[in-house]
Design a binder for this molecule. Structure first.
Ligand code: DO4
Ligand code: MG
Length: 287
């Protein structure tokens, strides 16, 4: 089952079950203490609760009569890095001084984990993601994103875009927070696929396309099987000496890096598809 936050043409916001041709709106007022998407996701039986909450008064709403919102409430957003060989190689080429750090972290027990975004820095589907004005070399990073409950249980998956300024990151590893964390630095959506069985990593493909003036300028793909780390292992490292009272979203690293001569431009359109979850599309803005 997939759950989402949607905005209707009359301005109402709802939590909904995503179906084949549209969404089924939920009436959260039917159960005490269920106020938002994350309350359902963190409940003992999210799918059962969502079915119970279906608003029987309302017919399904077709996709062309709604917008998807980012599936985030009050969670912090974190990210793992250098979890795929492609990222390790690209990072080592990007910075001579930091090459050994990226080399070591790829195989080290402790993963690279960094704070990626607060909810106000997250962009939902079709909202612009930003390239910093002071970056001349920026890329999207298409990443499987884990939805994790306050008690560190993996409850679902969504699509994430870890926007990254490669020139700022490559100049000095101490600039990583500036390369990664700024306004509109993270795309998330369109929905959350509930985690009810182990993910088929081989079958879960991640596809990135970038369009400029209507023409494709980059296409790449990978599969989650290429990731060098376990999903539960990443969650366990994230939870060490950390509390997430609102839960947390964790981007799991990129396995697709465009060639070094590629940088995003204002008005490019980034499209990230992950098998079984959906497609996250965002235009790019650069002032
Ligand atoms: O340290 C660099 C960040 C790595 C990253 O974001 C990734 O591999 O996806
Ligand atoms: Mg990344």
């Amino acid at each position: 089952m997939k759950l989402a936050k949607v905005l209707l043409s009359n301005g109402e916001r709802h939590v909904a079950i995503v179906e084949e041709n549209g969404v089924q709106l939920l009436d959260l007022s039917q159960v005490d203490n269920i106020h938002r998407l994350s309350d359902i996701l963190y409940s003992p039986d999210p799918a059962g609760l969502a079915k119970f909450l279906i608003d029987k008064e309302l017919p399904p709403v077709p996709f062309n009569q709604l917008e998807f919102l980012a599936p985030v409430d009050f969670q912090e957003v974190w990210a793992a890095g250098v979890t795929y060989k492609r990222s390790q190689v690209a990072r080592m080429e990007e910075s001579e001084t930091a090459a050994s750090h990226y080399d070591q972290v790829y195989t080290a027990d402790r993963p690279e984990l960094f704070f990626k975004a607060t909810p106000n820095r997250v962009c939902g589907p079709n909202q612009p993601v930003r390239v910093r004005f002071d970056s001349q070399w920026s890329v999207p990073e298409p990443e499987l994103t884990l939805v994790v409950s306050p008690d560190l249980k993996l409850v679902g998956y969504t699509v994430g875009n870890d926007m990254s300024a490669r020139d700022i990151e490559g100049e000095n590893p101490l600039y990583l927070p500036q390369a990664k964390f700024y306004k509109e630095c993270c795309g998330l959506g369109p929905c959350v696929l509930l985690h009810d069985k182990p993910l088929d990593r081989e079958a879960t493909k991640i596809m990135l396309t970038i369009e400029r003036d209507g023409a494709e300028v980059f296409r790449g793909d990978t599969s989650v099987a290429e990731m060098a780390r376990g999903l539960e292992d990443l969650i366990s490292w994230l939870g060490k000496e950390n509390d997430f009272p609102n839960g947390v979203l964790l981007l799991t690293g990129t396995g697709i890096v465009p060639p070094d001569e590629f940088t995003l431009e204002n008005r490019d359109v980034v499209s990230i598809e992950i098998t079984g979850i959906g497609t996250l599309i965002n235009p790019v803005v650069k002032d």
